[in-house]
Design a protein around this ligand. Structure first.
Ligand code: NAD
Length: 514
């Protein structure tokens, strides 16, 4: 498809112009008098449109309104809040294709992945609706007569979400819809590499809260990371900062928020491995590894970056991998059949080139790809070849996350060595084991097994469902978002003790008579 036409039509469908307001606090701030950031499409490197950047006074006003709406919103019964989120889910369903196109245009995901991102928002909206009737607390047996002891969960306050470019809308919704069901208001600072998707999402959903008289439960402030990020991290009004992004920036966020004793949820970099054993189903392992390594051009936090393959099947599996890679279509992600789109920008291309060179210097052998695509189907875009590098455990570069379709292949003998290699990196997000052997599977899931937040058997490291808690250990930051009981991160727990007797017995039989 012609990219200019695709761009024009996508903007039109979503009601976006050449310059768009990036500040929504119940109404859109005027574009006049504000600096802008240009959003470029990685498909052809051309500008898509501009978005205004928030000034400090915009930020202050947004947080003030968010706080004042919180004071009312927290009193709405949770199931009623859930009903509002149900309407948001419906609005997203209506605009799934349009928003999916915007994700494709702005971050270069294939059409299927772009729409998948919006489906993920719809799924978490559905989850939040059910959750709004299930914010359960525990009842605890009291040691004192005529006493009742229980926990209740109370809305936390206005919270902030800082999101990464590679999931320009879904990550916000994992946070925002759960926080909304919990009774919080949410201030969103998206990545300046993908601000238009955020503006488009906000346009689609803002009417819902406006209709219910609660603007701005969700507000938006597009701003430079270093600037807007600091406003947020230093702001005691924002009780929680949920940050998704690189470990480098996440460490700073964590320090700054801790300094004011605020809470943070950190979803940082991954360096995910798939262990392929001789007992695996070769077809499943191959599909799982190739999808994990190449989906979103290797720009997922859960992308498979290391394949740890048992020595007895190593040569055969490597041959199969090379063959599969040779069939992958790289190019325009809006075109049918494309499986690998572009990297996000020129800087990402440099990172890719540097990593390949460093890997070679450290003893790695490029056995497939390794180069920037010279004559891409769309000129100006940021395309690289899906890359396979034979590596060994002594290579430092293997311990780093490079946001590109580079897969290191390592050899092992015995499941213990596989697990040792697997756990030998600083990150701990996602992991996969391909086997049909129950002992190997149990070892992988045991206390000496995978040290990651996500452990998959016979399926890829990438592509999590929203129902589980999502997040990772070690330098991935320890945060949990999305499903299961991750909602507890967005509420405060209160332990309640009620004495309904006619005396006041003390805990631990303490005597204090006077
Ligand atoms: P990034 O760290 O460059 O940016 C993330 C966000 O932080 C953006 O909104 C950016 O504007 C902001 N930011 C940048 N500098 C800042 C600063 N000094 N202070 C405050 N905020 C600042 O990350 P990215 O390139 O957008 O995304 C890729 C990274 O995100 C990868 O490392 C990837 O693994 C990680 N990621 C993790 C998860 C997860 O759930 N664990 C999900 C998606 C992406």
């Amino acid at each position: 498809m012609d990219i200019d036409k695709f761009r024009e039509e996508t903007l039109k469908r979503l009601g976006l112009g050449e310059v768009n307001s990036g500040i929504y606090d119940g109404k859109w701030a005027p574009v006049e008098g504000r600096e802008t950031v240009t959003s470029y499409s990685p498909i052809d490197g051309k500008p898509i449109a501009k978005v205004t950047l928030a000034r400090k006074d915009d930020y202050d006003e947004t947080v003030k309104k968010s706080k004042s709406v919180f004071e009312e919103f927290r009193l709405i019964p949770a199931p009623k809040r859930g009903q509002i989120i149900a309407e948001i889910g419906r609005a997203l369903r209506e605009h799934k294709e349009d928003l999916g196109r915007m994700v494709t245009l702005e971050v270069g995901k294939t059409k299927s992945e772009g729409e998948g991102e919006i489906q993920e928002m719809i799924d978490i909206a559905d989850f939040a609706v059910g959750l709004s009737r299930q914010l359960y607390g525990l009842t605890i047996a009291s040691e004192r007569p005529y006493h009742r002891l229980y926990e209740q969960w109370i809305p936390l306050g206005p919270v902030a979400v800082i999101s990464a470019f590679n999931f320009p809308s879904a990550v916000w919704s994992w946070n925002a819809f759960i926080a909304g069901a919990a009774g919080d208001t949410v201030v969103w600072k998206p990545s300046t590499k993908a601000p238009l998707t955020a503006v488009a999402v906000m346009k689609v959903i803002s009417g819902v809260f406006e209709k219910h008289g609660f603007p701005p439960v969700y507000s938006l402030i597009v701003s430079k990371g270093s600037e807007g990020g600091n406003w947020i991290t230093d702001d005691p009004e924002l009780r929680l900062v949920s940050f998704t992004g690189s470990t480098r920036v996440g460490k700073r966020i964590s320090e700054q928020v801790s300094r004011r004793l605020g809470r943070s949820i950190l979803e940082l970099g991954g360096n995910n491995a798939a262990i392929v054993t001789a007992k695996s189903d070769e077809n499943i392992a191959l599909k799982g590894v190739v999808f994990g390594a190449l989906a979103t051009a290797g720009q997922r936090c859960t992308s498979t970056r290391r394949a740890i393959v048992e020595s007895s099947i190593y040569d055969n599996f490597l041959g199969k991998l090379k063959n599969a890679y040779s069939k992958i279509k790289v190019g325009n992600p809006s075109e049918k059949g494309t499986l690998v789109g572009p990297l996000i920008d020129a800087e990402a291309i440099e990172d890719f080139k540097n990593t390949v060179e460093t890997a070679k210097r450290q003893g790695g052998k490029v056995i497939y790809g390794g180069k920037v695509v010279e004559n891409p189907t769309v000129p100006g875009g940021f395309y690289v070849e899906p890359t396979l590098i034979e590596a060994h455990s002594g290579m430092d570069i293997v311990k780093e996350e490079t946001f590109a379709p580079i897969l290191y292949v390592l050899k092992y003998t015995g499941i213990e060595e596989a697990l040792r290699l697997h756990n030998s990196v600083p990150q701990g997000l996602s992991s996969a084991l391909f086997t049909n052997d129950m002992r190997e599977e149990e070892a992988f899931l045991s206390a000496y097994g995978s040290d990651c937040g996500i452990a998959n058997v016979n399926t890829s490291t990438a592509g999590a469902e929203i129902g589980g808690a999502f997040g990772g250990e070690k330098e991935t930051g320890g945060g949990r978002e999305s499903g299961s009981d991750a909602w507890k991160g967005y509420m405060r727990r209160q332990t309640v003790t009620k004495n309904w007797g006619d005396d006041i017995p003390l805990a631990q039989d303490v005597v204090f008579d006077f």
